[in-house]
Design a protein around this ligand. Structure first.
Ligand SMILES: [Zn+2]
Length: 252
């Protein structure tokens, strides 16, 4: 079967003499693998179209194990993102999140739309890369129905707010100050960082990015959602470690 679909390239690797095997996120079809034969040849029309973080219309042919890309028309290569270290690292992080959260052959239009809107936003400005990353990660939790309940203590149900909260990853939520007392060795997070996560779970991206947050609270919000991600995926994301060490150390 052959069809045309809008898709974005998540990542790729060289294969054989001149082929590329790529991971793509296809509108209406979800994550998939594809091979672009001869794409590394100097004159290949697919060369640029199968580079990571390229949005295009791809002609896909159903192969035995993966799609075969026969033609492509580039829609956007996101040049401004690729010119900005912050935006580029954030986008690589977003693609790794998508790659890890999604299963092949599980169509999900929300993740595609979320990814494209985050990319368009980063292309427009790199000023709020960290806020964009937090939003994106929270939304992936929402889409997958695993966003933690942070409004009440997961153990006793208390809604009394304390200045700081601790996390209970096993039970998927936050702990009140009484129950936190038993979680020794766990990091405390400022209560205000929960407000940021709440906003990220409820607002559209553009409204969320209009909000101004305290840098420390935003950073804590990012650490909270990333703890839940690592717990859910049972792994640490490589791109987050690189992003954190390169960009966050530079700011302070
Ligand atoms: Zn409690």
């Amino acid at each position: 079967m052959r069809f045309n679909a809008k898709a974005i390239i998540l990542r790729g690797m060289n294969y054989g003499e001149s082929d590329r095997i790529i991971r793509i996120l296809v509108e209406n079809r979800g994550k998939a693998s594809a091979i672009a034969k001869g794409a590394r040849k100097e004159k290949s029309k697919l060369r640029e179209a199968v580079e990571p973080l390229t949005l295009g219309m791809y002609q896909l042919n159903t192969g035995r194990n993966m799609y075969i890309i026969s033609q492509a028309d580039i829609i956007d290569t996101f040049p401004a993102i690729k010119d900005s270290l912050e935006s580029l690292m954030t986008s690589i992080f977003l693609s790794e999140l998508v790659d890890e959260f999604m299963e092949e052959g599980n169509p999900d239009i929300s993740t595609f739309e979320l990814f494209i809107s985050a990319m368009n936003s980063l292309e427009a400005t790199n000023a709020k890369w960290e806020q964009t990353a937090v939003y994106f990660e929270v939304q992936l939790h929402v889409i997958n129905g695993i966003f933690p309940d942070l409004h009440q203590c997961v153990l006793c149900g208390s809604t009394k707010s304390a200045a700081d909260i601790k996390l209970d990853l096993e039970n998927g939520g936050a702990l009140c100050s009484v129950c936190s007392a038993h979680q020794t060795g766990e990091e405390s997070y400022p209560m205000n960082s929960l407000f940021i996560l709440d906003m990220a779970s409820e607002l559209p991206l553009d409204k969320f990015l209009q909000m101004e947050f305290d840098e420390n609270n935003l950073n804590a919000a990012g650490r909270i959602i990333s703890r839940f991600t690592s717990h859910y995926l049972c792994k640490q994301l490589k791109s987050r470690a690189i992003m954190d060490s390169t960009l966050k150390n530079r700011q302070s």
